[in-house]
Design a protein around this ligand. Structure first.
Ligand code: GAL
Length: 641
């Protein structure tokens, strides 16, 4: 399959006279895909029941006639103003009890039945009208679920939905739910929190001090299920009318809903990649590193998401939005170094992306995103990103296609674990995502390619090494699948430490088959109190006291066990810093027959089925094992056989 590129276009923002010229230029520069429609509800239905689809017909026809393929977005992330009049209670309510308002986007509550019916209606109309349109080659549901902190809502609609969800989760013989089962599961005898009816239960906000972690975790699960159900409603409608694949555009570091659950209803997982915004806004890195990569982004962050979403999409990955120049939303928004747009695009391809679409075609002269670059300037002249998009288009034509391939190392990623970490971090800054990311970064710095797997994986046979950091909930089936996999397995820290109801299990964790290790107690560490390991590096943030007869492989400087093993099964009882992770995991890799390197910051390698890509995010050339990798560039070579 040929990789493709594309762009995000808003015909409703521009006079009709411009559409044909835009379409011709898109085709001329080598774009294949154009995403349209995802925010256009007020133009599709300016008043309730008053439809204006002709302009979209014409826009799709114009793009298609120019040889382009359309990704049609459902407009449900931006309900028009009249919708709010019709459903005044459709807004989400934040943790402080404040109702969110109209005037930007994502102003809806996933639990609001009235709004769900409106979404069903508009998506049905779109699917009926465009489901067999030859130019519509793919669909996108809504836009960036969770963006602007919109998964959790403490509204009356959410309260009602949560109660219904709880009745089903704690079922009784009738359909009413078993409130005693809930009281027991949550441990509500503590602080006299017992309920006598599901209707007494509120969302867990505005409590005097912290709410019960079981209550919070269940509320997060409920909220996550609402996102999946919202999405499923749309995919079912679209599928009834269209054979084109359905995608959603996920975000960078968004963990408030289970993306695997949403992905189960999609054909493609896509995500929106803004490397410079992410580095400035999301990553906690030292100031010198941030400065050094301010115009390039972090060399592991995009790769991590490509690998994660490849799993969410059952192997089918797209980048639905790719930063082509400065964005508008991070604390600071520099321009990328020349060459980065091309590098990001090829990096996505090397990680399996089928298509990369640049956001957006032309910089908007009005409204919230005036300061967000596009491929074109507002006056339609080329912006700097355009030359690189054109270069990629030429390269796709000339170079061989990228083969897919399985990595030798896998990391499990579990959104439900994140819900528990967020509910009960135990120390400021202890965040499941960053624990997994640190593990990923350490492995990547040693030149390894990685697959990320969902937590319900059972077959690990093809992996030399499997890592399961931070999996708070581990069903016995997963424990035994890992223990019997034949791979080198590293479980922990903080693994299997809560049951599904967020209670500490007895026997104490991790309770792994065939391994004599018990986490006797845990502590969180202040940032200024790392605990050095005997062999170098340190435990930071989190440390467990391990007991039992398993073989001790690593200890703290005072001799307390940190890593223990029984055959190929390992338990790690600490959050290790990068030097310790590289050392410890490096040794395990080599023992499992995996070659390791010591790559400089910014230089990373990715193997596909047939090739080896070397990417250099750094602004200087690097020599790795005799191979020169140019600054802000990449090298593509055949994989040694
Ligand atoms: C994304 C969003 C786009 C646009 C973009 C700006 O989060 O999906 O609609 O706002 O950010 O960078």
């Amino acid at each position: 399959m040929r990789r493709t590129i594309g762009t995000c276009y808003y015909p409703e923002h521009w006079p009709r006279e411009m559409w044909a010229r835009d379409a011709a230029r898109m085709a001329e520069v080598g774009l294949t895909w154009v995403r349209v429609g995802e925010f256009a509800w007020s133009r599709l239905e300016p008043a309730p029941g008053e439809y204006r689809f002709e302009w979209l017909d014409e826009a799709i026809e114009t793009l298609g006639a120019a040889g382009l393929k359309v990704v049609l977005g459902t407009p449900t992330a931006t309900p028009p103003r009249w919708m709010a009049k019709r459903h005044p209670d459709m807004f989400a309510v934040d943790r402080e009890g404040r109702t969110r308002g109209f005037g930007s986007r994502r102003h809806y509550d996933f639990s609001h039945e009235g709004y769900l019916r409106e979404c069903t209606r508009i998506v049905t109309l779109l699917a009926e009208r465009y489901g067999r349109n030859p130019y519509v080659g793919a669909w996108q549901t809504d836009n960036e679920y969770g963006c602007h902190d919109t998964v959790l809502s403490y509204s009356p609609a959410a309260r009602e939905g949560f109660r219904r969800w709880l009745r089903a989760r704690y079922p009784s013989a009738g359909n009413d739910g078993d409130i005693d089962a809930l009281n027991t599961a949550w441990g509500n005898v503590f602080w006299s929190m017992e309920y006598s009816d599901f209707d007494e239960i509120e969302p867990p906000n505005l409590t005097v001090t912290e709410p019960n972690p079981s209550h919070v975790t269940d509320f997060r699960r409920y909220s996550s299920d609402q996102v999946a159900a919202f999405n499923r409603r749309q995919t079912e409608i679209i599928r009834a009318h269209s054979d084109a694949p359905i995608a959603h555009n996920f975000m960078g570091k968004e963990t408030r809903f289970d993306h695997f659950a949403v992905g189960a209803d999609l054909d493609i997982a896509s995500w929106d990649s803004y490397p410079l915004g992410f580095l400035d806004q999301k990553l906690d890195v030292d100031p010198a590193y941030r400065r050094r990569f301010a115009r390039q982004g972090d060399a592991d962050f995009q790769a991590f998401h490509h690998d994660l979403y490849r799993a969410v999409g059952h192997g089918r990955l797209w980048v639905m939005e790719q930063q082509p120049g400065p964005v508008n939303w991070a604390p600071f928004n520099p321009a990328p170094l020349e060459g980065m747009v091309r590098l990001w695009t090829w990096e996505a391809f090397a990680h399996g992306a089928e298509a990369v679409l640049y956001f957006r075609w032309r910089q908007a002269p009005m409204a919230q995103e005036q300061m967000h670059a596009g491929l074109l300037r507002p006056d339609s002249a080329d912006a700097p990103g355009m030359a690189e998009a054109m270069q990629v288009a030429r390269e796709i034509e000339e170079a061989p296609d990228v083969a897919s391939g399985r990595a030798p190392v896998a990391i499990l990623f579990d959104y439900d674990a994140d819900f528990s970490w967020t509910t009960q971090p135990h120390g400021r800054g202890l965040d499941y995502f960053w624990l997994v990311f640190d593990t990923y970064r350490a492995l990547r710095s040693m030149g390894l390619s990685i697959d990320i797997l969902p937590p319900d994986s059972i077959d690990f046979r093809d992996y030399r090494m499997v890592l399961a950091p931070g999996l708070v909930h581990m069903p016995d089936s997963l424990k035994s699948a890992l223990a019997n996999s034949g791979s080198t397995v590293v479980i922990g820290p903080r693994a299997a430490c809560r049951d599904a109801s967020m209670r500490i299990p007895v026997p104490l964790p991790p309770d792994l088959p065939g391994m004599d290790v018990t986490v006797a107690s845990v502590e969180s560490l202040r940032p200024d109190m790392p605990v050095p390991l005997a062999g170098g590096g340190a435990a930071t943030g989190w440390l467990e006291r391990l007991e039992g007869g398993a073989t001790v492989l690593e200890t703290t400087h005072t001799g307390a066990p940190v890593l223990v093993a029984e055959g190929k099964l390992h338990y790690l009882g600490a959050w290790l810093d990068q030097p310790a992770l590289r050392r410890v995991l490096g040794e395990l890799c080599r023992a499992s027959g995996l070659e390791t390197l010591d790559l400089p910051d910014g230089v990373r390698r990715r193997d596909t089925g047939t090739e080896r890509f070397w990417f250099n995010y750094d602004n200087e050339d690097h020599l790795v094992g005799g191979l020169a990798i140019p600054a802000v560039g990449f090298v593509r070579e055949e994989l040694p056989r």
